[in-house]
Design a protein around this ligand. Structure first.
Ligand code: BES
Ligand code: MN
Ligand code: ZN
Length: 495
């Protein structure tokens, strides 16, 4: 996909996208230009015949001639427009464009949003809009068509159309383009069969990324993982014929880094549950249990491209959680890298065990912040559903900044508590803690468990079990991997 910015009179795109509000008239330069091209017919259709009313994400296709088309997309009521809604409308226009076969270029009008109440950072300037257009259009256009013979989208170029593109807008657009690449990368890797995406495969991909972006990389095999003392992680993977790998990629800026961040992605390339095997319906999506790993591998590429002034360590403990004769067992006591012991109460709560060692490893890197992103608990789906991501941590400032950034990045997050009361859930008679307890407060309990394995005073935990896969309720992307939190994390890291 190519991403370009252009002046309005240079517009040559096959499809041009303009907007209408439900309750006020569009009189932008691009709209006027398009209306002239249609000899006033566009205006008649919208405001006289009311062919489209302007409800959020409503779309209307208009042909100027055989090759040139217009999509009008509704933005709802002007005073209600937010970044998230704008993003949904852009994605909706892109999905509409996807159905117009043969179109190669889609150009979007660039707008800004200034409302009296900037509630929850809903206002945006043109630089923000440029970022949103590139990433959201790409999300709308996305489909995993590698294995489908005749359903490929023809669009190759996304353009932003405006007469006053300045360096700030260009920078926003650039971040948007790199972000969209990171999201596509992650979605593709999650969509790919677990038969192909083994720990070793992901490690090879990481190797290629390192080469392409000139990053430092360490890949530890089973023996080296043992030498590093990551025996808890090792236990989870021991039931599979595909051996575990531990990956550590480092991006270093040319200048002195403003700060250092370790970003850990849960990397269970398939979660069958282990001996506590999952029922068939729960196992169906479990190739997605490496979404965290795929996301962080996408993010580091964007950060390298942006040449951010932050040192970024991307870490993933990669393995499969399988039942077999060699699988780890209920009642086993495992010792993590920091010496703490874990009684295995349920082999299906494997993510937290692998993350425990990854968190200990991150402690050796001398970073300012540690962040993990994981498809960790089914309980977060019960609490927050499929469109809101659970955020926890031990530093309220960091949590606040992250949640603020998510609002600016068109993503929904909500904080959940980590309190010492949760300790009771995981009391063990024979080890420092069990890996699971009762059903109550599953998401927070998992986070409390993790908190035992980091020394960082700025540790943030993101549970994407509910949001990693888009369902019908998702207004931006086709069902499947959503690329959730990639936008937020990139914006968080660069700001
Ligand atoms: N990978 C799952 C969590 C998950 C569930 C992700 C649904 C996406 C959708 C995790 O490893 C798991 O199995 N968690 C268990 C923990 C339980 C045994 C305490 C769960 O949430 O059911
Ligand atoms: Mn599991
Ligand atoms: Zn899992």
């Amino acid at each position: 996909m190519r991403f370009l910015t252009k002046k309005i009179d240079e517009n040559n795109s096959d499809i041009t996208v303009t907007y209408i509000f439900e309750n006020c008239k569009n009189d932008s330069e691009l709209y006027k230009y398009l209306n002239e091209q249609t000899n006033g017919e566009l205006e008649k259709q919208i405001y006289q015949y009311k062919t489209i009313k302007g409800g959020l994400s409503e779309t209307y296709k208009f042909s100027i001639n055989e090759n040139k088309k217009i999509i009008v997309v509704g933005l709802g009521k002007k005073e209600n427009l937010t970044r998230l809604k704008f993003s949904q409308a852009i994605a909706s226009a892109a999905r509409c464009a996807k159905t117009m076969t043969d179109a190669k270029t889609i150009g979007f009008e660039l707008i800004e949003n200034k409302n009296e109440c900037d509630c929850n950072y809903s206002n945006f300037d043109k630089a923000d809009a440029a970022k949103i257009i590139f990433s959201s259009a790409r999300i709308g256009l996305y489909s995993f068509d590698k294995y489908i013979q005749d359903r490929k989208s023809s669009i190759e170029t996304i353009e932003i159309l405006d007469n006053e593109i300045d360096s700030k807008i260009e920078y926003g657009a650039q971040i948007g383009a790199y972000t969209s690449y990171a999201m596509k990368f992650a979605k593709d890797l999650v969509n790919e069969s677990a038969q192909i995406v083994t720990p070793n495969y992901v490690a090879q991909i990481a190797q290629e990324i390192a080469k392409e972006h000139n990053l430092d990389i360490k890949i530890y095999d089973k023996k080296q993982i043992k030498e590093l003392g990551m025996n808890a992680f090792l236990a989870v993977g021991q039931g599979s014929v595909n051996e575990p790998k531990f990956v550590h990629l480092t991006y270093k800026p040319k200048q002195q880094p403003r700060k250092k961040i370790a970003l850990i992605g849960k990397g269970i390339t398939f979660d069958a549950g282990g001996l506590d095997i999952k029922p068939a319906t729960s196992m169906l999506n479990m190739k997605n249990d490496m979404t965290g790993a795929a996301s962080v591998l996408g993010i580091i590429q964007a950060i390298a491209k942006i040449e951010a002034d932050v040192e970024l360590h991307v870490i993933s403990a990669l393995c499969e959680n399988m039942p077999s004769g060699s699988a780890y067992k209920q009642g086993d006591v495992l010792t993590a890298k920091n010496g703490k012991t874990i009684e295995v109460d349920n082999t299906d709560a494997e993510g937290r065990i692998t993350l425990a060692d990854a968190l200990c490893y991150a402690d050796t890197l001398n970073v300012d912040e540690v962040i993990d992103i994981a498809t960790l608990t089914g309980a977060v789906i019960v609490s927050l559903g499929t469109n809101i991501t659970g955020v926890m941590g031990n530093n309220q400032k960091q949590i606040d900044k992250f949640i603020e950034t998510s609002k600016k990045s068109c993503e929904n997050t909500w904080q959940m508590p980590i309190l010492d009361e949760l300790r009771e859930n995981l009391k063990s008679d024979i080890a420092d803690m069990k890996n699971t307890g009762g059903r109550n407060a599953g998401t927070s309990t998992a986070a409390w468990f993790l908190s035992n394995f980091t020394k960082s005073g700025s540790w943030l935990h993101i549970d994407i079990a509910g949001t990693a896969m888009a369902d019908k309720l998702n207004k931006e992307t086709q069902s499947g991997p959503s690329g959730v939190m990639i936008r937020t994390l990139i914006n968080y890291i660069v700001s």
